[in-house]
Write a protein that binds this ligand. Structure first.
Ligand code: DQA
Length: 167
């Protein structure tokens, strides 16, 4: 009698434990290094390190691996997106900060790599100044999480892993 192979045990999020962890990249753009100090009425009191830890923990809970990264420089963000493509990153969570509203270069980098990404904004940008209503990224995003405070990063990780797992 031929033995039936035992399927890999599912992880907590239903991913096989034996699979190589899905690699995700979290990109935070300009001024987000100042989270915790910066306009707390709008952005809350959590620091960037706390936000990154929570996002990485959520990814791990879902069987994925998240690398956090932040820069205040547009070109550096473009180059980080290019590098993600060659590193085997499966998807990106990005809060491009003010570059969301201005950067065709970041938009083009995301389009060039064709990596699925979720756009996050801590604040509800649509309830703020008109210049924050336009995003160069949204039309290409797999999803957008806006206005849930720093909890949005955790929600974005969940949405991205589910989307990537669905194929
Ligand atoms: C932000 C909103 C942007 O308009 C702003 O420039 C930021 C943060 C947010 O997370 O709410 O830097 O992306």
């Amino acid at each position: 009698m031929t033995a039936t192979p035992t399927p890999a045990a599912p992880g907590r999020a239903g991913l096989a434990q034996d699979d190589i962890a899905m690699k995700l990249l979290l990109i935070n753009g300009p001024n987000l290094n100042l989270l915790g100090l910066r306009e707390p009425a709008t952005y809350g009191h959590a620091t960037l390190a706390e936000v990154e830890r929570a996002a990485a923990a959520e990814a791990a809970r879902m069987g994925a691996e998240l690398a956090p990264w932040q820069s205040n420089h547009e070109g550096a963000i473009v180059e980080r997106i290019h590098a993600a493509h060659t590193e085997g990153v499966a998807g990106i969570v990005i809060n491009a900060g003010a570059y969301t509203h201005t950067s065709i270069a970041i938009r083009d980098a995301l389009a060039a790599t064709a990596l699925p990404f979720v756009e996050v904004h801590i604040s509800n940008v649509h309830a703020r100044e008109p210049f924050r209503h336009r995003s160069y990224l949204s039309a290409m995003a797999a999803g957008i999480v806006v206005g849930f405070g720093v909890d949005g990063y955790r929600l974005a990780v969940q949405g991205l892993v589910r989307r990537l797992s669905a194929g």
